[in-house]
Design a protein around this ligand. Structure first.
Ligand SMILES: [Zn+2]
Length: 176
């Protein structure tokens, strides 16, 4: 895993149409030479494990430049989850069902602050509005789908990141 994440290889997951051949259980992301722990272990595929360190490094650099602090912890919620998009009873399987997605709630900072999507994203600069908007915009260059509070009611307290396919050539990005 290139030393960019901390975690271990897990046995294949197979649940109906959901699953993943080579899941990873990640406990920390390495950014700018530091190992930054996740609030809980997450199950992802290799693509997510590769994209996350680059994104976290950019957010970390932003904090250093603008707030003179750094990321201490990454607050996460859902990773692998065998379910449809937006928990709907019918419809397409979510990319969570293939461990190709992660929901991020916010960040703990070295200066003691906790920056959360809710209420920070639409909150004050002290609540981390600018940081979270930067995090969203930066995520849009590393992931294929980014859904935050601007997207819909399902993403008011988390930012959904995935590497899913959009468009005929799988090159379209969805950034909200
Ligand atoms: Zn999600």
């Amino acid at each position: 895993m290139d030393g960019q994440v901390t975690g271990k290889q897990m046995p294949p997951i197979q649940e109906g149409q959901c699953g993943i051949q080579s899941p990873l259980a990640l406990t920390a992301i390495t950014a700018n030479g530091r190992s930054i722990p996740l609030s809980a272990a997450v199950t992802t595929d290799c693509g997510m494990a590769t994209a996350l360190p680059d994104w976290i490094s950019e957010v970390d650099n932003y904090l250093k430049a603008h707030d003179k602090t750094q990321i201490k912890t990454i607050d996460v919620s859902t990773s692998y989850d065998c379910r449809n998009v937006d928990h709907a009873k019918v419809g397409n399987l979510s990319f969570h069902a293939f461990a190709d997605a992660l929901d991020v709630m916010g960040f703990g900072l070295e200066d003691g602050r906790t920056i959360s999507i809710d209420p920070g994203f639409n909150g004050t600069p002290e609540q981390g509005r600018d940081i979270l908007h930067f995090a969203r915009d930066s995520a849009c260059t590393h992931f294929m789908t980014v859904l935050g509070p601007d997207a819909d009611s399902f993403h008011q307290n988390n930012m959904h990141l995935d590497l899913g396919c959009h468009g005929k050539l799988c090159t379209a990005r969805l950034c909200e």
